[in-house]
Design a protein around this ligand. Structure first.
Ligand code: PLP
Length: 441
């Protein structure tokens, strides 16, 4: 078992290039080339820093610049990987373009995955990330699905924090609560057209100015939704909350055995036709259904929740699609909603009735019959970008569902869950999910 002995001996943290070749058997070298533990691991402690010489002005919140979603902070973090040597030392450096060859794998085969999370400036002036370790774990899973290299998620977390610490103080002024959007990304950069596992990759983290999407939701709807009759001859009364258009039979976001559970770019490009169509017809997002049964899966790039009264038990239920089939993305927000609801809504509080929290398959017909029976209580979308957004309206193949929003803007459960999460993200609630970042002054 010579190869095993070699790989065990060389599985330390030093890079393989520092080892003398004679110390490795032929088999060991082959093993190394195939991508073994001799590759250097991602190591945040090796990060080098080069500060920008041309710092930029911070745009005003909700300014056209912010709404355009093009502005990033002064710096970014990058780390290169090659199959021969593993991870190189990460670099914190000025934000800017990088060059890749036209043959780069990512440009042809969608060898890309990403994460999305926010950096919050709290009401208490502290800088926080929300459950960042979950995003790092998920990025690792997404990378594995698309044949991108593995890494220790704790090292990614350190790199994210380093960027936040560097740019947080300037880009999230202490006197005004708000957030920036973090986009850790990994792409395969091999300059070769062969359809094969990537041999080179680039991990990078950028920190972008981002509009508060929840503010844009109350915008007046296009005429088609304001009680007039639109193209398909249906009157659509105005209502508050998100307006969702259920997907058609010919448009599927994800399927068993696919990659809908991974945050890979390949999931999003192909969804833009349906999304564009929904927008053009005056809807905010697509409600993605699956199969001839019309299983309800997700709303846009957010998880979907419904509250209804169970016909059999007579009890209130907070329901969302399950993870087993791997056709939905396991949102950090989703997991947090489920956990908080289980902990805090198991018994009635402050006059709010208790709910059973259930992850199960459900279909459009379940929503329709709850609506018709008056058992539909509320619905909301949950994800980092839209946060917790009440749903007011669902259009499903000629049928209109007015989802109740009991308190006008939203339902009771949507409101309390959103508030609990905000208290953790912005303070005042000290909670293990709210990870305080020490900033460089
Ligand atoms: C990112 C994403 C979500 C939400 O995940 P969060 O971690 O809560 O932001 C839900 N669905 C899809 C398809 C997504 O891409």
């Amino acid at each position: 078992m010579a190869p095993a002995a070699v790989s065990a001996e060389s599985s330390g943290t030093t890079t393989p290039t520092t080892k003398s070749a004679s110390a490795l058997t032929q088999a060991g070298i082959k093993h190394m080339r195939a991508g073994s533990s001799t590759q250097a691991p991602l190591d945040a402690s090796l990060m080098t820093t080069e500060l920008t010489k041309s710092p930029r002005a911070v745009p005003e919140p909700e300014s056209p610049e912010v709404l355009a979603q093009k502005t990033c902070t002064d710096h970014m973090v990058t780390a290169k990987w090659t199959v021969e040597s593993g991870w190189e030392a990460p670099e914190l450096k000025p934000y800017g373009a990088f060059s890749i060859m036209p043959t780069a794998s990512v440009l042809h085969y969608a060898t890309e995955c990403f994460e999305g999370l926010k950096l919050y400036r709290g009401n208490d002036r502290k800088l926080r990330l929300f459950r960042v370790s979950r995003n790092c774990e998920r990025m690792r899973k997404s990378a594995a699905r698309i044949a991108l290299p593995d890494f220790d998620p704790r090292e990614l977390e350190k790199l994210i924090k380093a960027l936040c610490a560097r740019d947080g103080a300037k880009w999230l002024p202490k006197d005004r609560p708000g957030f920036l959007y973090l986009r850790p990304t990994m792409i395969a950069t091999d300059a070769a057209l062969g359809v094969q596992r990537p041999k080179e990759a680039l991990l990078y983290i950028i920190l972008a100015c981002f509009p508060d999407m929840s503010k844009s939701l109350g915008a007046p709807a296009p005429p088609a939704l304001n009680g007039t009759v639109n193209g398909d001859g249906h009157a659509k009364p105005a209502s508050s909350g998100l307006k969702l258009l259920a997907s058609n039979e010919d448009s599927v976001r994800a399927w068993p055995g696919g990659f809908g559970f991974a945050k890979v770019g390949a999931n999003y490009g192909p969804s833009l036709v349906a999304q564009g169509e929904a927008r053009a017809r005056g809807f905010d997002q697509v409600l993605w259904l699956f199969g001839s049964e019309c299983y309800v899966t997700e709303a846009g790039a957010s998880n979907f929740f419904v509250v209804w009264r169970n016909k059999e038990t007579g009890r209130l239920e907070l329901v969302t699609a399950p993870l087993e089939e791997r056709i939905i993305l396991e949102g950090v927000t989703r997991a947090s909603v489920l956990q908080l609801a289980k902990q805090r809504l198991a018994k009635s509080i402050e006059g709010i009735e208790a709910v059973d929290v259930v992850e199960k398959r459900f279909v459009m017909d379940d929503i329709i019959s709850a609506y018709k029976d008056g058992r539909l209580v509320e619905a909301f979308a949950a994800g980092t970008a839209f946060f917790i957004a009440p749903v007011g309206h669902i259009h499903f193949r000629g049928k209109e569902i007015q989802v109740p929003t009991e308190e006008g803007e939203s339902g009771v459960y949507t409101r309390v869950i959103k508030q609990w999460l905000m208290d953790i993200m912005y303070g005042p609630e000290e909670h293990e999910w709210g990870v305080v970042v020490d900033e460089v002054a």
